[in-house]
Design a binder for this molecule. Structure first.
Ligand SMILES: Cc1cc2nc3c(=O)[nH]c(=O)nc-3n(C[C@H](O)[C@H](O)[C@H](O)COP(=O)(O)O)c2cc1C
Length: 411
């Protein structure tokens, strides 16, 4: 099954003009491709002073266009074809010069010509020295582009720019640009304005300074879920045993008790909790401050005590407008156990998977699951990437929020 990515099937032209932020466009091109878009880069000749076409060609896996009058293999230049079939034309960074040309209809190079020739949505991410940005000419030009031509302008950030000056002019961050694009182009349900709390990974319960009780969870499902919700505009908090650099807050925890504390701290403010983490049911009754030595005896007895059941606790705390989705990794009678947990823990939905199926689930990028909902719904998802499962869960979250709203309105 084809992975569901928010920009699957979309063609994006990324115009890069000659500002110092051109190097950031490399990450942008790569991010857009990873989100499923087919990315075609057009560089101004001044942009080539900052970044090489080869970099973009490698990152996007597509030819890069620079020259207006490059040798034509076809009667119709490929870039004009692209301009017409593109879903989005993004200029990032957009220099003061390109902004001025677009506002006045000057098309003396390939990039400005393509923008004029395209009927796609047009988005600009200006980046320049704060004095250039504040200059009345730039402000006037941006005003024309935004209000008369309906281009979307992603405002630059405040801060220190490359030349050392302070003020507004830094190109908006990659996350802000990618989220603006997803929000603009993704046609599925968005989760903007929702705070989604996601847990991920497997907890570790220390036996002594070197040993622990753990499980095989890799944390991939939690990260996929958090990424998918973030791409749909949600405010995301990920509580995970696996460290990962993300644009949203990631709270790193180790034990079930750490996880409980972190999740309880965030729960009141969240609209939904998606509990993908594999939380250890037990922990050693006592922690040995020193490494436990081998003894003469063949056997060693480790006393265990129960860990808090985080889902159960939060199921009791849940407000009427909050949603909780749990996960049940089972080795037998998946449906029966999942349905029982769904009811007993006061969940809105549960995602069950059979951990005995080889090559999927723990540690894998894929899984095959059954989703049960409290209203009796059941959906079988065959083997697919975890990100695709996460996209299904984002759709489900949207449905569950709508159902809760409808109940609240009818009361
Ligand atoms: C080192 C350096 C950095 C520059 N950074 C920017 C910038 O961030 N934003 C901008 O509008 N112009 C910047 N410029 C000026 C542009 O390169 C110049 O206006 C050029 O004509 C823009 O060409 P283009 O818009 O066709 O790419 C910079 C120039 C140099 C030499």
């Amino acid at each position: 099954m084809k992975e569901l990515k928010p920009l699957n099937g979309k063609t994006i032209i990324l115009g890069v003009s000659g500002g110092i932020a051109a190097y950031k466009a490399c990450d942008l091109a790569s991010g857009l491709r990873q989100m499923g878009a087919s990315v075609h880069v057009v560089l101004t000749s001044n942009a080539k002073e900052f970044v090489s076409p080869l970099t973009f060609q490698t990152l996007t896996r597509n030819p890069v266009h620079c020259e207006q009058f490059e040798a034509l293999g076809e009667w119709r230049p490929e870039h004009i074809e692209l301009a017409q079939k593109a879903d989005l034309l993004l200029v990032a960074p957009a220099t003061a010069n390109v902004i001025a040309k677009l506002a006045t209809g000057i098309c003396d190079d390939l990039l400005t010509t393509i923008v004029m020739a395209s009927r796609a949505k047009i988005m600009l991410a200006p980046a320049m020295n704060p004095n250039m940005f504040e200059h009345p000419a730039t402000q006037h030009n941006l005003n024309i582009l935004e209000n008369r031509y309906r281009y979307e302008i992603i405002p630059p950030d405040f801060g220190e720019v490359a030349c050392g000056d302070f003020g507004q002019g830094k190109m908006a961050s990659l996350d802000v640009i990618l989220t603006s694009i997803t929000s603009m182009m993704f046609t599925g349900p968005m989760l903007s304005g929702r705070h989604i709390l996601v847990t991920g990974g497997g907890t570790r319960e220390a036996i002594d300074p070197v040993r622990f009780i753990g499980n095989r969870s890799s944390g991939k499902m939690g990260i996929a879920m958090a990424d998918a919700a973030y791409a749909r505009g949600a405010d995301v908090t990920l509580v995970s045993t696996v460290g990962v650099e993300r644009p949203y807050p990631v709270i790193l925890v180790e034990t079930a008790q750490d996880m409980q504390e972190a999740v309880e701290g965030e729960f009141d403010s969240c609209d939904a909790l998606v509990m993908t983490a594999a939380v250890s049911d037990f922990r050693p009754l006592a922690f040995s401050a020193h490494k436990i030595k081998k003894t003469e005896s063949e056997d060693i007895v480790l006393e265990l005590t129960k860990n808090p059941d985080i889902l159960d606790l939060l199921g009791r705390m849940k407000q009427n407008d909050q949603v909780i989705i749990g996960f049940a990794a089972e080795s037998e009678s998946v449906m029966v156990h999942a349905a029982e947990k769904l009811a007993r823990k006061n969940l809105d939905a549960i995602v069950g998977n059979d951990i005995t199926v080889p090559d999927i689930g723990f540690g894998s990028d894929d899984n095959a699951v059954v989703i049960l909902t409290a209203d009796g719904g059941k959906e079988n998802l065959p083997r697919m990437p975890k990100r695709a499962i996460a996209e299904h869960l984002c759709d489900l979250l949207d449905e569950l929020f709508q159902a809760k709203n409808a109940v609240a309105v009818s009361k």
